[in-house]
Write a protein that binds this ligand. Structure first.
Ligand code: PEP
Ligand code: MN
Length: 346
């Protein structure tokens, strides 16, 4: 159950509502939004009696029953698709957003060249890891703070926003000084300490689906972020582990419409990690547009054969440019159906 308080509800009214919820045997989880306080009611109790009583309590605007275990991120809580404005850029609205850049920030020359090229081709956000989750401890681990500074330089030169991964709750404040969007990698999807820190940090978060995580688990992790105060969450499908070995992971393309049915949060698809092979990236990107994703996050490198990580799945700059052109008619159709959805919802 979720209780929305009126925009100007007093503290006494909010406290009284919380007291009533506890009287019914439930736990209270309240979130202070910019406009109003929203109270999550969790636990086991007499739902109908509690709902009826709260609807009639002063200060309460509305109460909804939510059957999914994830509350705030569910479609039951909010029917309209979430649009968020991130430093002037709207995600989840009527623009298909492309984030592009190398797997890892490697040098000033590499990141500046990539940033200029992807911006010219129509990307709006620069990706690049400064903290890298590598399977082997002997592999390149990222440039850390120096990498963040290079991302900042590329941002200043191109106007692109920055998305970069944060791996530990210790680094959250430092990464937040440089990132417009904080990326939670697949391996950290259930790092609950990190989720809680990012919930409190206030910067938008792109949450990647874990290697073997179900859609429900992804949504429960998103719920952690929202329940800890951060409602600017983007969900990301990046392929899952299956028995198939022809691709690095199996792209669960159906996750996009499934997530759109279950949740109001924007969905981004990462075709690069999903397939692990650059020749397959354009086809999966077209599919992402067709199934209604809100955007893509794609790996691009000026010289993939020299990349320190994920070279095989990185597009070259000319390949990225060609893909962006090829996506145009698909994005035009996507825009038409977005407008129809918005019109139908009004
Ligand atoms: C990445 O984006 O480079 C990355 C490590 O992705 P994932 O967490 O999806 O493996
Ligand atoms: Mn990568």
């Amino acid at each position: 159950m979720i209780i929305s308080m009126r925009p100007h509800a007093t503290k006494a009214e909010i406290d009284y509502v919380c007291e009533r919820i506890r009287d019914f045997g439930y736990k209270v989880h309240s979130i202070e939004g910019e406009e109003r306080v929203v109270i999550g009611v969790v636990g086991v109790g007499d739902v109908t009696a509690c709902l009826e009583s709260l609807e009639a309590t002063p200060g309460v605007e509305g109460a909804v029953r939510i059957s999914a275990p994830y509350k705030f991120v569910s479609k039951e809580f909010k029917k309209e698709h979430t649009q968020m404005r991130i430093n002037g850029l709207e995600i989840g609205g009527d623009e298909f957003i492309v984030m592009a850049g190398p797997c890892s920030v490697e040098s000033e020359k590499q990141i500046m060249e990539t940033a200029e090229a992807v911006a010219a081709a129509g990307a709006k956000i620069l990706r690049g890891g400064a903290y890298k989750p590598r399977t082997s401890p002997y592999d390149f681990q990222g440039m850390e703070l120096d990498g963040l500074k290079l991302l900042q330089k590329a941002k200043n030169a191109t106007g692109l926003l920055i998305i970069t991964e944060v791996m530990s709750d210790r680094d959250v404040d430092m990464v937040a000084d440089y990132a417009d969007i904080m990326q939670i990698g697949a391996r950290n999807m259930q790092n609950f300490a990190l989720l809680k820190s990012l919930g409190r940090c206030g910067r938008p978060v792109l949450l990647k689906r874990g290697l073997s995580a179900t859609i429900k688990e992804l949504l429960m992790s998103a719920e952690y972020l929202v329940a800890h105060g951060n409602s600017n969450v983007l969900l990301c499908e990046r392929g899952i582990r299956t028995f198939e070995t022809a691709t690095r992971n199996t792209c669960d393309i159906s996750a996009v419409p499934v997530l759109n049915e279950l949740s109001h949060l924007p969905v981004i698809l990462d075709p690069s990690h999903a397939v692990g092979k650059r020749s397959l990236v354009p086809a999966i990107s077209r599919a992402a547009v067709a199934v209604g994703a809100d955007g893509l996050i794609v790996e691009v490198h000026p010289c993939p054969e020299k990349a320190v990580s994920d070279g095989a799945q990185s597009l070259t700059v000319p390949q990225f440019r060609a893909m962006m052109l090829e996506l145009k008619p698909y994005i035009n159709l996507w825009k038409e159906s977005r407008h129809k959805e918005v019109a139908a919802a009004v």
